[in-house]
Every structure is written in C-alpha cells, then in structure tokens.
Write a protein that binds this ligand. Structure first.
Ligand code: ADP
Length: 328
C-alpha cells in the first residue's frame, strides 16, 4: 500500500474514499503457462525447467488483479472469451480475486481460451512470450450492450458527481472497434467525470493514434517507443504529447530504467527511477502493475509526479515476487 508521502492533493476526489471506486477494464484474458529456466534455451535444444506454473494472464485483467487488492476498489472485466465451459479456469480466477465478469461475452463455438507460453530466464531476467488467440474480438455493438447493462446495474447514489464507473481502461487492440467503444463512452452524460485510459503496447498495430487522442490517460510500453525509433521515454513522450488531448497524462515505462510521465496540462515531463532490485524473480506483468499504480494514485487525486514514483515502486515490488497474489 502507498506510504504516507502520497497524499491526495485534490480534495474533490475525497468523497470517493467513502464509497467503492469502480474500475472497468476491457481486454483479453489468457491462460499463461510460465516456464522458469536458468538460461534461455538455444534453438532446437532441449532442457529442463526449474518450475512450471499456470495462471491467468492478459494485461487489463492483471491490472485489475492488483487494483482489487487496494481497499475500496471494485473491479469489472469485459472481454470476448471462449465458450463458458472452456473459460472455467479464467472466470473462476477472476471471481476468486473479486473481479466481476458479468460483462464477458462467451463465444460458444470457441473451445480454447487464448494461451500464452512464457519462458522466464533467470540468467538474463528476460521473459519471452509466445501467445495464441483465435477468439473473435469484442465488437463495439457487443460492448455497447454490455456496457449499458453494467451501467444500469450500478445504482448511482444521489451524491453529486456519482458515476457508474470512475475509470474505464482499454487495451489498445482491435483499433477500429475500440475507437468506437471509446466514442460510445463519450456519449454518456457523466463522461467528464470518469477517466478513460488506453494501453498501447504493440507498435505495429495500425491506427493507434486514433485511440491515443480519445483517452485521458495513455500508457505506452518501452517496446512501443522503441518500435517508433526512440531510445528514451522522455523524448518519446514529448513527441507524442501534441497528438493527445490537451488535458492528457502520458506514461511510458522503461523496465529497469523506471518510467516517465508527460503532463499535458502543464507541459511538464517527470521521470522516476525503478526500484533498485538485486534479484529479479518474475517480471511478468510489471507493466500491468505499473498501470494499476497509476490508476490507483490518480483516482485518489495524487499529483502525477508522486503517482509516477509510487507506480514504479509498486511495479518494482511485483518483480520481487512470483505472480500478483502475495502481500506487496
Ligand atoms: P512490461 O511488463 O510491460 O514489459 P516494463 O518492463 O517496462 O513493463 O516495466 C514496467 C515497470 O516495472 C517499470 O517502469 C519499472 O518501474 C518496473 N520494473 C520492470 N523491470 C524492473 C527491474 N528489473 N527492476 C526494477 N523495476 C523494474
């Protein structure tokens, strides 16, 4: 949990702390198989793993798993999934973590959930991922229907400023449909009182700038920045900032070099170091944990500079442990 140094600075958010902060994330859930090896294998070789683990993966769902550990956060996950039967493992895991899944869509003709095989190599602290996903993506029409159902189910209190969701987070995939989903959220009368964020991870996906300029908070990965030809998060964000809303907050993580934030309202760039770690145990989902830290901090009205530091610390602590479950 955050230390005393992270104090909310905008008191208009204080009322949130009395009631649950509701976060909806839209993404894809994976069945991850993680193989822990000493060294990354040579091609065509054969070797033993030290350990194998199966767990739920997928960026947005990981972020919710972290958020659900904070007091007063209620998480909701929406995705297009395999058939109900094939999705048992994933749905059970969400529910076990207190994440609501009533907005998930099940594709009855899909018999296998998306899978990811991850090789976590101790020697180099690398994690190499191969994934496979044949599930038809969520459409904006499906989103609209489920979203309205969810909103209707959220009885809003009479408190001024109440909203069905305080934060709506999208994985930057399926660009055309996701842009329509964001446009749909924009039609809601309470839109100005919620935060919409998007994670942009893969640089080769086309049209991501359409998502960038629709979001209030944008999360870029190092891979994304490097793919665009940048080798420093600050340089990258400074170039991206004019393509985003004038009110936007932009974040870019940079592995063991920490992360940066560009705050468009003040045109200021902040940089925070990573937590110094001597022995990295598991970096799968470090970026997702960083995002959870930012969502948590900004939801409570913490200033961007402190949010950035807190998110780096939280993500660093995640690297010291396997998975997301133990005490952080
Ligand atoms: P991803 O999981 O998307 O690859 P990154 O590797 O950029 O994301 O990491 C996200 C955040 O996690 C970083 O900004 C940093 O704060 C933390 N982090 C990642 N790797 C390390 C590391 N080796 N040591 C300390 N912190 C780390």
């Amino acid at each position: 949990t955050p230390s005393d140094s992270y104090q909310p600075e905008d008191t208009s958010y204080v009322h949130h702390q009395q009631r649950a902060l509701k976060i909806l994330a839209i993404g894809t859930a994976y069945e991850d198989t993680i193989l822990y090896v000493e060294k990354f294998p040579p091609e065509d070789g054969k070797q033993r793993a030290q350990k194998v683990e199966k767990r739920r993966g997928g960026n947005a769902g990981n972020t919710l798993t972290i958020l659900s550990q904070f007091p007063n956060f209620q998480s909701y996950f929406m995705a297009s999934m395999a058939s109900e039967e094939a999705s048992n493992f994933l749905i059970n895991d969400f529910e076990k973590h207190g994440i609501q899944t009533s907005a998930c869509i099940f594709r009855q003709n899909a018999f296998h959930s998306p899978v990811a095989y991850i090789i976590q190599a101790e020697e180099t602290s690398s994690r190499t991922i191969i994934n496979y996903n044949s599930i038809e993506e969520l459409t904006s029409a499906e989103f609209g229907e489920k979203f309205d159902e969810l909103c209707d189910g959220e009885t809003m209190s009479s408190l001024i400023g109440d909203v069905p969701f305080h934060w709506i987070h999208f994985e930057g995939r399926n660009v055309e449909e996701t842009a329509k989903m964001m446009d749909y959220v924009d039609t809601k009368p309470w839109r100005s009182r919620t935060v919409v964020s998007v994670e942009l991870e893969k640089p080769h996906r086309h049209g991501l700038e359409h998502l960038m300029r629709r979001a209030d908070v944008i999360f870029f990965s190092k891979v994304f920045a490097e793919g665009k030809g940048y080798d420093h998060p600050g340089d990258f964000l400074t170039v991206m900032a004019p393509a985003c809303k004038s009110t936007a907050y932009l974040f870019c993580t940079w592995g063991d070099a920490g992360a940066s934030c560009f705050h468009n309202p003040t045109q200021r760039l902040f940089t925070a170091p990573a937590l110094p770690i001597t022995r990295v145990v598991d970096t799968v989902g470090a970026g997702d944990t960083f995002i959870a830290g930012v969502i948590y901090g900004l939801s409570l009205g913490v200033a961007p500079e402190s949010v950035l530091r807190f998110a780096c610390e939280l993500a660093g602590h995640k690297c010291l442990q396997i998975g997301f479950d133990e005490e952080m």
